[in-house]
Design a protein around this ligand. Structure first.
Ligand SMILES: *Cc1c(COP(=O)(O)O)cnc(C)c1O
Length: 381
């Protein structure tokens, strides 16, 4: 099956009992047993649920992994992944990360003796140098990153990490499997905030881990049950419903994002436009090689700093000011004061998250309306 067909059919046969083309929402916390430990594969809702099982198999199929696991949030998935490592473990992580990911790493650093070395993941050499500096249990990447849309060369990093014992984890939330499949490039585990593109309609909070191999998948499944950050059956149903349209939505998101990025690039009030699909993006060639599309996220830096950003935000009417991304509706975020406020100013500014930075999640409205909206807003600064 090709990708768009998998989204609808992989692991999703009609319900054997009724023929329902969608998996029913099994709202049951427990399952009857005919004798102790004799059951139909489901025992207790934290350990497994039939609706969740379909979602998990579908996630594994579309990311090309052996095991898919669903969680109650992206950070729930990350917290569970971190439970895999012994205290005192060392992680080499990209330095441009989702703020909540950074916050959880820092918590583990203070609380449990985790060592996290943050490096500029645009450079495989810097990651290699960090791996040479001492044993590491994991390389943790976002690609493209939030909010600066920089890339890591996932295949090259995986080849280098696998010379030692380090696992390679990739947060694939921004690209979605429609545009990038890190496990096929050599990563060991993919993380998602299904809250974003996979759910796609801004109506649930959810997360996922997809493991390349079955043994690592079993270990993570054990941790999923032990930690218990599992999603409700209804939320699983909504993510499945979102998956069905992921391909068409991602193509629409990407077309809008490219139109918005092109309209703003070179505008006199805009210092920089960050979008991997622009030929001017410093890693455009890597994006073309590693991705099947460039995503729906565009960040811009306004010349007039925080003042320019505030005026730009006030001037928008189609884009809604809100945290989150990846839904059908266009959203705009001011990272410095919203999603990345937990990162100290010096740290975030060193990476380019300045007061003038604005992050656009381009939805699937008519692209011309999105372009009109951002152009009206920059003119009004
Ligand atoms: C939102 C997000 C997360 C966290 O996911 P939640 O579902 O909010 O817990 C992690 N990584 C990225 C890239 C995100 O955008």
């Amino acid at each position: 099956m090709r990708f768009d067909t998998k989204l609808i059919h992989a692991a999703q046969p009609p319900d054997p009992l009724t023929g329902a083309v969608n998996v029913p929402v099994y709202l049951s916390s427990t399952f009857a047993q005919s004798a102790p430990n004799r059951h139909k594969g489901f025992v207790y809702g934290r350990s497994g649920n039939p609706t969740r099982a379909v979602l998990e198999s579908a996630l594994a199929a579309i990311e090309g992994g052996a095991t898919g696991l669903a969680f109650s949030s992206g950070l729930g998935a990350l917290a569970t992944l971190l439970e895999h490592f012994p205290s005192g473990a060392r992680i080499v992580a990209g330095e441009d990360l989702y703020g909540g990911t950074w916050r959880l790493f820092e918590h583990h650093r203070r609380q449990f003796g985790l060592t996290v070395d943050y490096v500029d993941a645009r450079s495989t050499e810097r990651i290699a140098a960090a791996l040479d500096a001492g044993p590491a249990q994991m390389v943790y990447l976002e690609s493209p990153t939030n909010p600066l849309l920089t890339l890591a060369d996932i295949g090259a990093v995986a080849r280098r990490a696998h010379r030692g014992d380090a696992l390679v984890a990739v947060d694939n939330t921004f690209a979605s499997p429609a545009f990038q499949r890190p496990l096929e490039l050599g990563a060991d585990v993919v993380l998602h905030s299904t809250t974003k593109y996979l759910g796609g309609h801004s109506d649930i909070i959810g997360g996922a881990l997809i493991a390349r191999t079955a043994p690592f998948g079993e270990r993570l499944a054990w941790l999923q049950n032990a930690v218990g950050a599992v999603p409700s059956p209804f939320d699983c149903f909504l993510v499945l419903r979102g998956l069905h349209t992921l391909g068409v939505r991602m193509r629409a998101h990407a077309a809008s994002a490219l139109a918005v990025a092109r309209a703003l690039e070179g505008h006199r009030r805009v210092r920089r436009v960050y979008y991997p699909g622009l030929a001017s993006h410093p890693q455009h060639a890597l994006a073309r090689r590693q991705m099947d599309g460039f995503g729906g996220m565009v960040s811009i830096e306004l010349r007039d700093g925080g003042r320019g950003a505030r005026r730009f935000l006030r001037g928008l009417s189609v884009f809604t000011l809100a945290e989150s991304l990846g839904g059908v509706e266009s959203l705009v975020d001011h990272p410095a004061s919203m999603t990345h406020a937990s990162v100290p100013r010096a740290e975030r500014e060193a990476h380019g998250v300045t007061d003038g930075l604005v992050r656009l999640s381009c939805g699937i409205e008519d692209p011309a309306d999105l372009v009109d909206d951002v152009l009206r807003a920059v003119r009004g600064i």
